[in-house]
Design a protein around this ligand. Sequence first.
Ligand SMILES: Cc1cc2nc3c(=O)[nH]c(=O)nc-3n(C[C@H](O)[C@H](O)[C@H](O)COP(=O)(O)OP(=O)(O)OC[C@H]3O[C@@H](n4cnc5c(N)ncnc54)[C@H](O)[C@@H]3O)c2cc1C
Length: 399
Amino acid sequence: MSTRIVVVGGGTAGARLAQRLPVTLLGEEPHVPYNRVLLADVLAGRYAPEVIALPETREPVRLGVRAVRIDRAARTVECADGSLVGYDRLVLATGSNPVLPPLRGLRGAELPEGVHAFRTLDDCLVLRDRVRPGVRAVVIGGGLLGVSAARALAALGAEVVLTQQGERLMERQLDTYASALLREHMEALGVEVHTECRVSGLRQRDGEVTAVELADGFVLDAQVVVLACGVRPRVALAREAGLDVGTGIVVDDELRTSDPYIHALGDCAEHRGRVYGLAGPALEQADVLAEVLVRDVPAAESSRYSGTRALTRLTLGGAQPLDLASFGEATPQPGDDVVQLTDATRSAYRKVVVRGDRLVGGVLLGDLAAVGTLARAWEGDEALPEAPLLHLLTHDGGS
Ligand SMILES: Cc1cc2nc3c(=O)[nH]c(=O)nc-3n(C[C@H](O)[C@H](O)[C@H](O)COP(=O)(O)OP(=O)(O)OC[C@H]3O[C@@H](n4cnc5c(N)ncnc54)[C@H](O)[C@@H]3O)c2cc1C
């Protein structure tokens, strides 16, 4: 009898596994699996929703089905519609939930009309319906998600204010100079950027948002508010089943949880103390797990997951596209070598940080011609060649 593999979550990781193996895939969302990374393009109206569908899975996905409980003794998953699904191996690919900030006027998970997270295709479709030229929109959070959302809303003609609590945009990925270039780029698109700006509350009338209150007493009118304050791994199902959970669901190098019959991967998983929250690692983990599940015997080196050293790449599309890539530590420590090239007229910037004979981080903005060379050096983690370090930034063409 063949092994029954059940996967909970039809996002990036779950769908990739279901392309590799015949599995029962339970997906809470009503849409066929789609590429979440491209949601900003759907919001901006550049792509129709069907364009971002992921390649087909081996078996049809059970859409609109939410798993609500795992019975580890009986090896069954209970779904919200009351059905029970038996498994031999269970895979949790439940992704992340948006973080809802502690704001006055925001109670529980119930959001006032006009206030939206930016996580799902439904979030984008509802937002797109609401945003008309001239609508005042406030985006809370100046990380990757907030920047993408602000650009998309501006492309729809909204008057956008982007509020960032930290000192600069995309602090996790960019250094000070690259953040400043990104800010200029956003402002050129008509987005008003406020840094070191804490939102403290929302005002509403008849259940509909009307304004955003700032901690310094300032009030911004808003008909649309987008919450882009980060994500948190979705671990409730695992926790209630008694699995080990840290920040994410704790897994070993075979993506196995503390129950040998249950695996976890993607945004919900914590491997060697790390939760990635990125598409590249989710895909890599799914490929490794497909091998582990096919063999279902103690794995050889080749089908173990040892972590992902992937570059984060982002294209902010539209009339004036801007490419970004970042990896590792973009801010040097004492003793590190730093090489950088700046072309202020073209808003282009390339920088790498080198420690000893290793590349430890870098940022590219506006011009990704060197990205191929850098990705190979970073992902391979090999000693750098003897050539002058500047060559790392000028050896183009391998992207
Ligand atoms: C707007 C946006 C832009 C992004 N841009 C980038 C980028 O440029 N680069 C990058 O690397 N990453 C980016 N990311 C992050 C990337 O999308 C995620 O890291 C990736 O999707 C993680 O894949 P996953 O399968 O773990 O989770 P998800 O893709 O979130 O999928 C999880 C799925 O599980 C479902 N689910 C959860 N619980 C249950 C349940 N109990 N029963 C049934 N189904 C359930 C959810 O509804 C969801 O469909 C972006 C994310 C967003 C939202």
